[in-house]
Design a protein around this ligand. Structure first.
Ligand code: FES
Length: 109
């Protein structure tokens, strides 16, 4: 499998169903940016370094995800609008495990 299907709800409540390649070394944040699901300049502001919080997503189903790293945990602690199911999209690489993942973009911090 080289593509996975993702369901991403934008900051206005609009649902996008997108295909994401698993072989291009992309993160969930980069997919959101590539499909222009968030306003330009309001996603991936730090370039994916876990330093801005602009890529925060709420995870809506129980698709297996990589564990939260120390930098991601620290950023989620600092940024606004976090919930129990918050993750940083830039810290989630697109892999085959993500097929069927459903997320909602958190408000811009
Ligand atoms: S892009 Fe900045 S924290 Fe993810």
């Amino acid at each position: 499998m080289s593509d996975v299907s993702l369901r991403i709800t934008d900051r206005n409540g609009v649902l996008f169903e997108v295909e994401a390649p698993t072989d291009m070394n992309m993160s969930l944040m980069e997919i959101i940016r590539a499909y222009a699901i968030a306003e330009d300049g309001e996603i991936g502001v730090c370039g994916g370094m876990a330093m801005c919080g602009s890529c925060q997503c709420y995870i809506l189903n129980n698709t297996p995800l990589p564990p939260i790293g120390a930098e991601e945990e620290a950023m989620l602690f600092e940024t606004s609008y976090t919930k129990e199911n918050s993750r940083l999209g830039c810290q989630i690489p697109i892999t085959e495990d993500l097929n069927g993942l459903e997320v909602e973009l958190a408000p811009y911090p």
